[in-house]
Write a protein that binds this ligand. Structure first.
Ligand code: SF4
Length: 384
């Protein structure tokens, strides 16, 4: 039978062989983290987490860095795997956990593409699958493909016989990747002694900053005048303290979270809702944003879903070009920003004492929500 070497463990650090290797290197976790080897492992883990935050599965990097040949570098990579799990566990943030699992699974998928069949079989068996069989029990299949959006993974497009789903040979690696992602995700967060989390706090702060930067890069600062008409309308309902359906609350919360608004600010907006309950609202917002125990970071619904729930209102011309309120937001924000840049470039010297007409001062989108959303949730009428 083929044996795994150290470089294999660096490629597949989730294997129990990798864990035994690390256990043999050190007596205890805090001693290891304080050592120079531990410090290097922390740096490597931070690098992996950072890359996981920047990783986009729709546009993955073209090449994956090969595993180095020097033994010290290989050893550092193997040790960094549990450290990265410890770091995301200490963060208590499901987004970090989800991104890390997705990135690690993608790396493994890349290595598997060129792996020897015998080694691939070892990896597959460690995940409770086979590296060559195209038959998967339907229950297991559903769990594995739950997050895959392509039509081909839908059960209606599969051949199922006696509870067994058939996949194609060239889909095995994708199934292994997804299975790994699911298993890794299910096994996180791990319980970490509080003193270890305290020790790692300064490192975690670095990652949190990177994450915030990432969100800002993706969506920029929150530009409320770029909100799509549906979201403006929903927020209007919240502000007027009128009744909002569960779906409406979900859609706006997920939307605000997706564009990078922090949870405290979202809760503040909810401060206007009749019968506002701070604890319950915080729980719901944390749940939707994936920071609570739910384990899933939700995305706001598609325009078609909004329409089904009678939430697609006040459509405008831009709505015809999008299928998702987030795309509307990105496009509108870009239009606003490029309009600002253009007018700054073309700006003529200001006329002295030129009066501003009243109707020129209002936003073309019809809603400067920034001025309408109160700054704090400290509302005397709220019920807690
Ligand atoms: S088309 Fe989409 S973005 Fe426009 S109002 Fe409807 S749901 Fe919102």
């Amino acid at each position: 039978m083929v044996a795994l070497d150290l470089r294999d463990l660096a490629k597949y650090p989730f294997l129990k062989e990798a864990q035994s290797y690390i256990s043999n290197q050190t007596s205890s976790l805090d001693v290891f983290l304080a050592s120079s080897t531990g410090q290097k492992a922390i740096e490597e883990a931070l690098d992996t987490i950072t890359r996981s935050l920047y990783f986009n599965p729709r546009q993955p990097p073209e090449v994956l860095m090969p595993v180095p040949s020097e033994s010290s570098a290989v050893s550092r990579i193997i040790s960094s795997y549990p450290v990265s799990r410890i770091l995301v566990s200490c963060s208590g943030d499901r987004t970090f956990i989800e991104r890390l699992c997705r990135f690690q699974a993608w790396k493994v998928f890349n290595y598997l593409q060129e792996e020897e069949p015998e080694k691939k079989e070892i990896i597959a068996r460690s995940l409770g699958l086979s590296g060559s069989s195209t038959k998967i029990p339907v229950i297991q299949y559903i769990e594995i493909v739950a997050k895959l959006r392509e039509e081909k993974w839908r059960l209606v497009n599969r051949c199922i016989e006696r509870g067994i789903v058939t996949i194609h040979l060239d889909e095995i690696d994708e199934i292994l990747r997804e299975r790994l992602r699911v298993v890794m995700y299910q096994n996180l967060p791990i319980r970490v002694p509080p003193e270890v989390c305290t020790l790692l706090e300064p490192y975690l702060e670095k990652v949190q900053k990177v994450f915030q930067e990432r969100m800002l890069e993706e969506f920029g600062s929150v530009e409320e005048s770029a909100f799509p008409p549906c979201m403006q309308a929903i927020i209007g309902i919240l502000i007027r303290r009128a009744h909002l359906t569960h779906m409406g609350r979900f859609a706006v919360t997920a939307f605000l979270h997706n564009i990078g608004m922090d949870n405290t600010r979202i809760v503040e907006i909810y401060g206007q809702v009749p019968n506002f309950d701070l604890t319950k609202t915080m729980y719901q917002v944390d749940h939707i944003s994936g920071r609570g125990g739910s384990g899933t970071e939700y995305t706001s619904p598609l325009c078609s879903t909004m329409k089904t729930h009678a939430l697609c209102v006040h459509r405008d011309a831009l709505c015809d070009k999008v299928i998702h309120p987030l795309t509307y937001y990105k496009k509108k924000k870009w239009m606003i920003e490029s309009g600002k840049k253009k007018s700054a470039t073309n700006a003529k010297p200001e006329k002295e004492n030129c009066p501003v007409k009243e109707d020129e001062s209002s936003s073309p989108s019809g809603g400067d929500i920034a001025n309408k959303i109160p700054a704090t949730a400290d509302n005397g009428d709220k019920h807690q």
